[in-house]
Design a binder for this molecule. Sequence first.
Ligand code: JFZ
Length: 588
Amino acid sequence: MRAVDLSAVKRPGRRRSGHDELAWWREARFGLFIHWGLYAIPAGVWKGRRAPYIGEWLMFRERIPVDTYAKLARRFHPRHWDPAAIVRLAKEAGTGYLVITAKHHEGFAMFRSAASPYNVVDATPWHCDPMVGLARECRRQGIRLCFYYSQDLDWHHPDGAWNDWDFDPAKKNPERYFREKVFPQLTELLTNYGPVGMIWFDTPLTLSAADSAALRRHVKRLQPNCLVSGRIGHGLGDYSLPRDNFLPPGRLNGDWETCATLNHTWGFKRHDHAWKSSANLITTLVDLASKGSNYLLNIGPDADGVVPAQSVARLRAIGAWLRVNGAAIRGASPSPFGYEFPWGRITARGRTLYFHFFGPPPRRFRLHGLRTRVRKISALAAPRTSFSFRQSDDEKTGTSILDVDFTGARRVKPVTVFAVELAAAPQVEPQTLQQPGHAITFIGPMARVGTDAKKPAMRIGGNGLSENWRNTDDFLTWRFTVLRPGTYDVTVVTTHQHLEPWSGGHALRLESAGQTLRQTTKRDVVLPGLRSAYYPQVGTRFGRLKFDRPGRYSLRLQAERVKLSKKNRTLFSDGGMQFSEIRLTPEH
Ligand code: JFZ
């Protein structure tokens, strides 16, 4: 079985019945995720010991019997839960929608449910349905209310997936689970709380395509405009989701959303203090917007309903930055360039490009490949500013060059944004192109997949990484332009599959400009930067390539041996090589 990208829709960006249900979601670009359930009570500590892994998976990791775990409900009485404050925080952060866990894998319904007594009204001394107040506040404050629902993993119900410590897997009846719990609860969520923006389904590990299709029909029958996330399974979502905390190597096709944590857990853990900086979070928001992805950023309220102060501070910092620079994010389109820049990112809106600088804007700035005439360049934070610029063509390759003088520009931390107004919609060099600073980056989405066999088995997944690269027939090729001749260090970057450690040992052959380099992937360097935080970008040094003159070239990468993982392939991992990118940097 080939590992599937669990969450990539097969029809990216497909419109249904002419009405674009995704319009509000694309406009928002940024959402607030809320993981709140019984797991907030133990908060990552069980039997006096700090439990590893994400907080909401405690019952699974500690194999806590249902009878023991269910007793937590008797202690759930969140005195400080304040839906108005939660929704106000979502607005202050600049989000346009919020997704709250209505039922996570623990099986506990955080809403009134006639379908299961294991719910927040009937099973706790609080006897309150938090979704009523939340729905009211979302309507009042203008935030889309969405529900996360775990439609497959349920460690409480005897027929739910993945509790094999209380229940015999051979005796599970998934159809009964769907009939008794999932469909009735979805009906409750889509009937009792007014308009719902989305059902954020999750982790469809045992569902059939028919199951996913039935779920989709059920949602759309109750609320036709309610979106479903890519994790409904079998490509039947309205948009795609990569792995958690995942940043793609370049612009993605279709509609994507990366969900991410503020520390390292979704559900509250009292000992997880690994808070990301506001600068990191804002830079990540920009990175994802530049690649066409939404950012769904999580908070985990504690058992009293209190949002950790560190979470509040960070969300407010993002909101403050968005109040000045939101035009470059909300409703913005991805960069017309398919790849990242070492200095920052680009987003677009109509005839305006937004240049996002992650560091101090340079006085002298140059960009290769923008073919459209520029009319004006100003600071987004100071629209009356104007910066001089000049456009020309490189005489050897014809590449368009934009030079800008940012003298006097004021830095806005952590990201300074400039509006570049164009005379028409942006047109850029479509191929891989050497940028000033002279590095050249080759990413999967800009490659052509080829093969020496009848048809390739490997492909570039929707998330921009290779999938199913397990043979020596398939290869990737790029056409690219070199403006500055010279010798370049070559680094091939691979990363690990989800929930798998990185593995090297793949013998690769790289050919370009009449030269051939061979190397076996190994951990020579881990590239710094956002993407390495959760999925280390492991670089193997391949040697050098020499380009004698400016011009157009091609590059080909093929395996001569793929070291297949000994473990069986899983739903998350195809056991092959996970290619990320190739980098050419001027030799030191
Ligand atoms: C799932 C949950 O298991 C987790 O507790 C949390 O709610 C997260 C947002 O979603 O975790 C996943 C699900 C799918 C993938 C990775 C993590 N995936 O497809 O790689």
